[in-house]
Design a binder for this molecule. Structure first.
Ligand code: FES
Length: 103
């Protein structure tokens, strides 16, 4: 069963080209804004658990701030190196809240 949980307010959400860390029910999330569209990924990099939400955006990827692994914002699949991934979560804006769907 999944549920929609509040991640942050709309005003707190990152501006285009930015990422941030947030928490949804105890789950650490990286919230990214690319061209005004929000995406939610697991915050912990599978390499050494670097905080993706403290990284940055390049194209359609979030770059881990520790050793620059790159994850596609929609699929969570790594573009560098190959064959790595993080979870991705449905995200939506409901009124003044940004919600994420956690399984
Ligand atoms: S911890 Fe993310 S690239 Fe090393």
């Amino acid at each position: 069963m999944s549920q929609w949980l509040k991640l942050c307010s709309k005003a707190e959400a990152p501006r285009p080209g930015r990422v941030m860390e947030a928490d949804a029910g105890g789950r650490a999330i990286c919230l990214a804004n690319v061209n005004g569209e929000l995406s939610a990924l697991g915050n912990l990099c599978p390499h050494r658990e670097g905080p993706l939400g403290q990284g940055w955006i390049e194209g359609n990827t979030v770059i881990c701030p520790w050793h620059s692994w790159a994850f596609h914002i929609k699929t969570g699949v790594s573009e560098y190196p190959a064959n790595e991934s993080v979870d991705v979560f449905p995200v939506k804006v409901d009124g003044d809240d940004v919600l994420v769907e956690i399984a």
